[in-house]
Design a protein around this ligand. Structure first.
Ligand code: SF4
Ligand code: SF4
Length: 56
């Protein structure tokens, strides 16, 4: 299942820079993952300082 970014996100943008398929974009108050694009590599979860990306 694709990853999803929780409300813990502080909009630092680190995950978007690491995503190999550019599935992450800035949203309103937090970043969002396009579930159809995500290849479930886990790079966003490894990079995030607050553990916001989680697998559904
Ligand atoms: Fe991008 Fe990988 Fe995170 Fe999916 S799991 S959003 S492909 S970095
Ligand atoms: Fe949000 Fe974490 Fe991504 Fe930063 S790395 S934008 S806190 S999900």
């Amino acid at each position: 299942m694709a990853y999803k970014i929780s409300d813990e996100c502080i909009s630092c943008g680190a995950c978007a820079a690491e995503c190999p398929v550019s599935a992450i974009s800035e949203g309103n108050g937090k970043y969002n993952i396009d579930a159809d694009t995500c290849v479930e590599c886990g790079a966003c979860a490894s990079t995030c300082p607050v553990g916001a990306p989680v697998q559904e």
